[in-house]
Design a protein around this ligand. Sequence first.
Ligand SMILES: Nc1ncnc2c1ncn2[C@@H]1O[C@H](COP(=O)(O)OP(=O)(O)OP(=O)(O)O)[C@@H](O)[C@H]1O
Ligand SMILES: O=P(O)(O)OC[C@H]1O[C@H](OP(=O)(O)OP(=O)(O)O)[C@H](O)[C@@H]1O
Ligand SMILES: [Mg+2]
Length: 282
Amino acid sequence: MRIALPNKGRLHEPSVDLLERAGLHVVDGADRKLYAETVDPDVTVLFARAADIPEYVSDGAADVGITGLDQVEESATGDLIDLLDLEFGRCKLVLAAPEDGDIESVADLDGGTVATEFPNVTRDFFADWDVEVDIAEVSGATELTPHVDIADAIVDITSTGTTLRMNRLEIVADVLESSVRLFAREDVVDDEKVQQIETALASVLAADGKRYLMMNVPEEALDDVKDVLPGMGGPTVMDIAGKEDVAVHAVVDDSDVFETINSLKDVGASDVLVTEIERLVE
Ligand SMILES: Nc1ncnc2c1ncn2[C@@H]1O[C@H](COP(=O)(O)OP(=O)(O)OP(=O)(O)O)[C@@H](O)[C@H]1O
Ligand SMILES: O=P(O)(O)OC[C@H]1O[C@H](OP(=O)(O)OP(=O)(O)O)[C@H](O)[C@@H]1O
Ligand SMILES: [Mg+2]
């Protein structure tokens, strides 16, 4: 089973990091190496450009891939299944035009030129609007093109909006919301190994922002403690050998920990231990 990850750029590190946190450690993945083994002898990693990953998966060079939804849509491969939103690399593809120009709606671009690194997504977008445009395909610095008479507008990525602002461009319309996904070729989605990878990555996401609480509770305070703990499917209660107290374990949102501990102390819990959760397999 081969999994394709971005070899560089902003998606490289968080992708490798996620795999690591999922326990699928990359072995000997030295810098610039394009191929690496993992601790699972059945899983190898292939490093490729974020934009090429959908193609690699579609062609069978890899079975699953991690890259932006924008890249999957642009590749127009059509046979890829979006398995999991990995919740990073959030951005938007937008149609943007000069702030001081006269393009204020999609229709204003009729007969105009749009520069983009995403010609397929852009073509589909204007086809949906039934607006005729020429597409100028560029491979970077797209934001410059409306100011040098290459294009009237652009379709490009934005997240904080800084680059658009710096280049005196404003959003005319949203084209696509994107984030990084785990995706697979249709014929492998039911493979055991693919499902194991999906479960492992999902377990990292599920643990994000969660804490594990452990405490001692006098038997008579147990009902009050249970009321305090929101818990996922209720807390786990265990007898402690030779003691009147019981041990209570629960998963709590990080944002609730402060308040929850105060309430737990109020109702009689003691020796409260808070730990991080690496993975939570549901
Ligand atoms: N500003 C951003 N904020 C959030 N996500 C982004 C942003 N820019 C790009 N992305 C996401 O990261 C993906 C890859 O972008 P990145 O810039 O890392 O690679 P690239 O520009 O293709 O790299 P290179 O050209 O160096 O090979 C995009 O397709 C998109 O999904
Ligand atoms: O809304 P912002 O936060 O300003 O982000 C948007 C910018 O980020 C990306 O460029 P990147 O930094 O990846 O540089 P690149 O053009 O070299 O890919 C994208 O192409 C935009 O230019
Ligand atoms: Mg980029």
